[in-house]
Design a protein around this ligand. Structure first.
Ligand code: SF4
Length: 424
């Protein structure tokens, strides 16, 4: 058993009622079990209890065994002098406050509801992806809705935190952050890290010096990606290499290892060559953070993102290897990926950074106007009755799975709380 479970039991009063007595036989009446304390200090603050008809106001400390009081050093800590009740599963010894007075102890191990304990073990020990699946959590309203809402906010906040860290390293340059996020998600899952590394290696501010010569922007990106070399097979590729060599020496650039680019088991339209060419076009078209203020709908974004790779790529997927003619535009699906994973989190991060909630609301509105993601995780939750209509639903599902279920936070989840509380 974990102490967190006893906290939950105490918080929700999940133990046999009836006459309670301390280990010394003094009758206990619980008027208020206190407020759960998530910071340092006693576990529950500002409780009110009656001991032998005398009322006490103070804090409650909870342990699995009473001797944990000493093991945790509370007997030397004045912060615990106001503890009015020590609640334990098993009372193995008497304990004392720093001021030398004995702490009244309530043993509740034998009073715990067996059903709650069984469900708790089931939730915590479950190896399945969704340990509470047996309870049909999708049918639990309003808890399911509440958790979806909470998980979406927490997921976006977490992403905002990661972006704020990146922003610090970028000395507050939101344009550079925008470029890096776009690069990352142009790479889809497989080449995301490599494309973000490329954007780090070749910052936007350097590319912007060459936007009057689009071929140089392409040569810089492909060269820094390690995709250009002396033996290129056709005129376009050879020109790219020549331009890259000149710029490489000018800026002392080191190319990435070409081995890190993945082409296997991938739709050719997602090949990193095509994505790099499209990223170059996004930069050339003026892809900057300021667009977030200009575009207020998914349609406006999709219209803007509908960029095409240069002509060479309509008949190639790789340098020097001709292929049937096919336009290489940023398609609808890729635009959705960029809007869900780069643009909406950037809007939210900016709102969080500036403390302007309007930006956060726009992030959520944008997600709500985009189609839901469809993957193994979302399908599992849909089977359990969870709605998955828009990207705000699918992002909430992914947040719930990652931040709560996988992290075994069932005690913090209103679905878990309801499941535990109803079985006695
Ligand atoms: S965290 Fe909530 S939704 Fe996830 S398994 Fe636990 S009870 Fe279910």
């Amino acid at each position: 058993m974990e102490e967190a479970y006893l906290h939950f039991v105490w918080q929700h009063g999940l133990f046999e009622p009836g006459l309670l007595r301390t280990t010394c036989g003094i009758p206990v009446i619980l008027q208020n079990r206190g407020t759960y304390n998530l910071n340092s200090g006693p576990d529950f603050l500002h409780a009110r209890i009656q001991l032998d008809e005398k009322e006490w106001a103070g804090h409650v400390e909870i342990h699995i065994v009473a001797s944990d009081w000493n093991r945790h050093g509370h007997q030397r800590d004045a912060a615990y002098n106001s503890t009015v009740l020590h609640v334990v599963h098993t009372a193995d010894e008497d304990v004392y406050r720093k001021d030398g007075t004995r702490v009244p102890c309530l043993e509740i191990g034998s009073r715990l509801f067996k059903g709650t304990e069984t469900r708790y073990t089931q939730l915590m020990g479950g190896m399945e992806n969704i340990p509470c699946a047996y309870g049909q959590p999708g049918n639990m309203q309003p808890e399911a809705k509440q958790m979806m809402h909470r998980a979406l906010s927490e997921r976006l906040l977490k992403k905002a935190g990661v972006m704020t860290e990146k922003l610090k390293l970028l000395k507050g340059d939101w344009d550079e952050l925008f470029y890096r996020q776009m690069a990352r998600y142009m790479g889809m899952k497989v080449n995301a890290d490599a494309l973000e590394t490329l954007a780090e290696r070749l910052p936007l501010r350097l590319l912007l010096r060459h936007t009057d010569k689009p071929a140089e922007v392409h040569a810089l990106l492909f060269g820094a990606a390690g995709m250009l070399h002396a033996g290129m097979k056709d005129a376009y590729s050879r020109d790219m290499f020549k331009t890259w060599r000149f710029l490489q020496h000018k800026y002392y650039l080191q190319p990435l290892n070409p081995e890190q680019w993945k082409f296997m088991r991938m739709h050719p339209g997602n090949f990193p060559t095509i994505r790099i060419a499209q990223l170059a076009e996004i930069v050339l078209k003026g892809g900057r953070f300021g667009l977030l203020a200009d575009f207020h709908s998914a349609a406006a974004w999709k219209n803007w993102l509908n960029v095409s790779a240069p002509d060479y790529w309509h008949s190639h997927y790789r340098f020097g290897v001709p292929s049937p003619q096919r336009f290489k535009r940023v398609g609808k699906d890729t635009a959705d990926v960029l809007l869900i994973n780069a643009i909406a989190p950037l809007l939210f991060a900016y709102g969080d950074y500036t403390h302007e909630d309007g930006w956060k609301e726009r992030a959520i509105d944008l997600l709500s106007s985009l189609p839901a993601e469809n993957n193994r995780i979302t399908r599992q939750w849909q089977k359990l009755g969870f709605e998955n209509q828009t990207a705000s639903d699918s992002q909430a599902i992914l947040g719930l799975q990652q931040l709560y279920c996988s992290a075994k936070r069932c005690l913090d989840c209103t679905i878990g709380q309801k499941l535990l509380a109803k079985v006695q």
